[in-house]
Design a protein around this ligand. Sequence first.
Ligand code: LLP
Length: 420
Amino acid sequence: MSALDYLGEGFSYRQDVLHCEEVELARVAAAVGTPTFVYSSLGILARYRAYDEAFGAAPHQVCYAVKANSNLSVLRLLAEAGSSFDIVSGGELFRVLKAGGAAERVVFSGVGKTAAEIEYALNEGIGCFNCESETELALIDACASRLGKRARCAIRVNPDIDPKTHPYISTGLKDNKFGIDINEVEDVYRRALNLRNVEMAGVSCHIGSQMLDSTPIAEAVDRMIALTESLRALGAPIEHLDFGGGLGIPYRDADRMPSIAATIEGLCARAAKLGLELHVEPGRSITGSAGVLLTRVLNRKTTQAKEFVVIDAAMNDLLRPTLYKAHHEIVPLRRIPAMGYVEADVVGPVCESGDYIAQNRRLANVMPGDTLAVCSAGAYGFVMSSNYNSRPRAAEVLVEGDSFRTVRERETLEDLVRGE
Ligand code: LLP
């Protein structure tokens, strides 16, 4: 780990010059331009392996949550390392298959699966549907019947636990749209056993994202284990238990990430007596710290009220600060102590006052032309970007040791109007 935890494995200052693995990030900015997302393959694989190895000999699947970063090269890296995948759309399944992932090692979550998506997944031989309602189970049964197939399903449980995170990324509370109320699961599961084209295989849950406190996770594990025991007492077949994703990452120095090893080992110890295959669906904790967003300072602007650093990345490139008031550290590619500091809002060119990457932030006293790295941008960064204000989407680069390659070209102006 770097001394600055928010920089993540794979990123470090060497003689005050920011590197991704062996590559100077200034080289990437010069070759590819800005804004550009840069990912460390070492950082991604280290986190995947931390999960995989923590399970030891216990039967398990680490289902990387594709929504966090769905670049084909990132998925390919993980598929080659042996990862399974958690998807929430037909589009994500398409990406996984294109990247060489195996359909039978894919789980499909989400409250609004369409018949077309379900049939696509069944035709590809998907591993399991995590079903979020009884009506969805009926739809899957009908689709499977139409295709003459059997659909493996798990019930996504809403365990009503507060994950103590941002309300937009809490998913396991009674008021959330996700899953089936834990108190109704026994009845639903029993009825589902009568569906002719559905094979009930397990239960899943996912209570929220960016959890820095592992207490809610432990609570969810205990509730899921108790639920599994009562389902078994009914004679229901249960082959696997899926605990979702949600481990947080350090976005600031003060953030302490729960240990992947300790969390998974705790989970295995608690669940060992059940003798089931265990699944997890981590997204952010695999790719989040393994990426930065490179951006160039366009301008400095001083008003009577404030100081602004205007950069070439905006809310359309990285929406998290605007949407969740999320904090991302912003560091210069070259640390020069004589530079000093400035307290400023770091804003993009989009025509919205909500377009900022940081507010009232003390950062290096950078000048137009300087390049910055916005940290911890490897998850929910590019995937949430848009073309708002007709801004072409950023390029993506993958670093491996001392080499780097563009894994998604920067969009062109022609790309902007394709299909119109
Ligand atoms: N499994 C399911 C069913 C999920 O809904 C999610 C995330 C995950 C796994 C992966 O969770 P993770 O390990 O990444 O926390 N855009 C937000 C995060 C939304 C997360 C949605 N669900 C953000 O930028 O913070």
